[in-house]
Each structure stands twice: as C-alpha cells, then as structure tokens.
Design a protein around this ligand. Sequence first.
Ligand SMILES: Nc1nc2c(ncn2[C@@H]2O[C@H](COP(=O)(O)OP(=O)(O)OP(=O)(O)O)[C@@H](O)[C@H]2O)c(=O)[nH]1
Ligand SMILES: [Zn+2]
Length: 335
Amino acid sequence: MSWLYEPNNSFDLDEDDVRIRPNPKGSKPRTKRRPNFDDAPLGMVTEVHLARYQVLMENGQTVTATLAKELRRQGCVTCDQVRLDGVVTAEKGTLARIVKIEPRSSELTRSSDESDSADQTIVANADQLVIVMAAANPEPRPRLVDRYLVAAFNAGLKPILVMTKCDLADPGDFLKAFEGFDLRIFKHSSENPKLEQLITWLEGHKSVFVGHSGVGKTSLINLLAPNYERATGSVNEVTGKGKHTSSSAKAIPAAGGWIIDTPGVRTFGLAGINSQGILKGFADLAEGAKSCPRDCSHLESAPDCELDAQLQRGELSAQRLDSFRRLVGAISSVD
Ligand SMILES: Nc1nc2c(ncn2[C@@H]2O[C@H](COP(=O)(O)OP(=O)(O)OP(=O)(O)O)[C@@H](O)[C@H]2O)c(=O)[nH]1
Ligand SMILES: [Zn+2]
C-alpha cells in the first residue's frame, strides 16, 4: 500500500517508521512522514509531453506540472485525476507538482506481445474505446478489430466501431463478422458527415480513439473537435510509430465529453490478457463459465467446457459463443 493511503492518525513516528537505506551522502534518513494532500487542488491530466503534465483544473485553467518523485514508479497518464502542490497557476514559466493520483476507474494498457516487457498504460479513467476502421483504402482488418475488442473488454471499456470512408465501399460484408459482439457501429463518410448519432454516444463519456494509419482518424476527430489541432511531429511519418518520448494520448473536450486521441498507438499486444478479461465483454457467458473446470480455455477443443453444455441446452447463443471463442483464440495464438 502506498504512503498516500496512510491513515491520518499514523503521524506519530517510532523507529519502525524510519526507512533504513544505504546513505552514502550522510543526509537525513527519510521517514514515512509526509503531508496529506487530500485537499490539494484537483485537476485532470490532458496531455503528457517530455515529463511535463498539462492539468486542467476545476477552475478551467490549464497548469503545467511535474510528477513528484514518489509517484514516478506508479506513473501518471492522460485522464488521471491528480492533486497539485506548489505554484498552481496557468502563468507561463511556472511549474506545479503532481503530489497525488486519485484511484482510477479504468486503465487502458498496451500490453506488449513479449510477456517479459512491461505493460504501458495509455489512458486512465476512460469508459469507451472508439475503433476507427476504413471501409476501404486501407482495407479493413478484422483481426485488428478483434485485438482492439480484447483490449476494450479487458479494460472494461465499451467499444464503438466507426467505419470511415463508407463513400468508397460498403462495409456490410465486413461488419457481418462483428454481429456477435456487444458493439455499437457507426458508418461515416467525410464527404457527407452525419455525426449526430455518434455525438450522442460520446456525450458525457471519455472515449479513446484508436486506429491504424490512414483510416481517417484525424479527419474524424477534427470534425468532432474543430478547434483541435493535432501536434505535428509526434508520429514518425516513415515508420508510422510514435516516438515514446513525445507521443502521448491527448484529451480533447468535444461532443459533450472527452475524446482521447492516441497518436502512435497502432495496435495492442495481447500478452498477459486471459479469457477472464475477455469475459468482461460477455456478461451472458460469464456466469456459465464459472462452472467450467479449473483453467478451462473455453475453446471448442476444451474438454467439459460448461459453455458447450449450455449451448446444447439452448441456454446461450451460438453466435455469441463463436464470437467469444474467436477472441479467446486470438489471445491463445500469441502465447
Ligand atoms: N474518401 C474518403 N477519404 C477520407 C475519409 N476520411 C478520411 N479520408 C482521407 O484519408 C486520408 C487519411 O486521413 P487521416 O485523417 O489523415 O488518417 P489518420 O487515420 O489520422 O492517419 P494518420 O495521420 O496516419 O494517423 C486523408 O487523405 C483523408 O482525406 C472518408 O470518409 N472518405
Ligand atoms: Zn469453459
């Protein structure tokens, strides 16, 4: 448990409170005693750039801040609710300090495909994932949508699939593969944008937009947030990959909620995600799966999978089970 959650009455120090560490400089030993920042000014991180955090405060001002050393290991990301200490003003050249990160309601992480490297949290506290795919040019990629769906369900985010460039091709056939998911679908064409339905879905939510290069994600965000100019140079034009030091998710107020643009995030690794995470997107299957043998893969090949028994008894939809198994298959093929 971190020092942030220490009860207020624990400020009487005794010897156990002193952290013993090698102290070559002979400076004073550090103690656990720290101020309580529960009432410090609160804001939301809208962007992280080169260890500087843009924090939108409750009074509408945007303050630039650094992250207290104690919080660096924990990490602070876009949409984190944070408390500030120091010079909390929007004045140029001043720097505040993030001294507390409020508990997160969700974490969207880009887990690596190599299980030994660390996951990278991209956005905190979001509740929707908007998957942007083009109907053509570039061709839609069903496997990539599956990966995004796994990431969304695992993080507890509601997915929305936006098909762009519907003026170039009819995405009807492509979309048939996604009928078995709890997934809202929006068809878009920049030639004739009719965004009302999408805007109602975005209202009051924090929605993370993801998509691979060229699908029209920036064009769409610019339509939804006309005052937003994406910072250029955050994505390498040649490799299409974001530079880790400079690219970060950026939260933009739009459509009565928040749109979070993710330059440089093209795909999500799936290592470390298990079928339990995917079941979060399949409430109708989750109950039955509890009766499965321990470590059941829930795949068609799994012996005694309770989901098969339920299917035979007509208690669940074959389409839903197929869709669930397709996503479980996607994570299994990585391991
Ligand atoms: N025909 C058609 N073209 C579109 C549509 N939306 C975007 N485009 C075009 O597709 C190209 C790519 O659009 P962008 O918005 O830059 O795509 P992006 O997904 O942001 O791509 P990156 O900048 O690489 O991340 C541009 O030439 C757009 O004009 C659409 O609905 N229909
Ligand atoms: Zn099972």
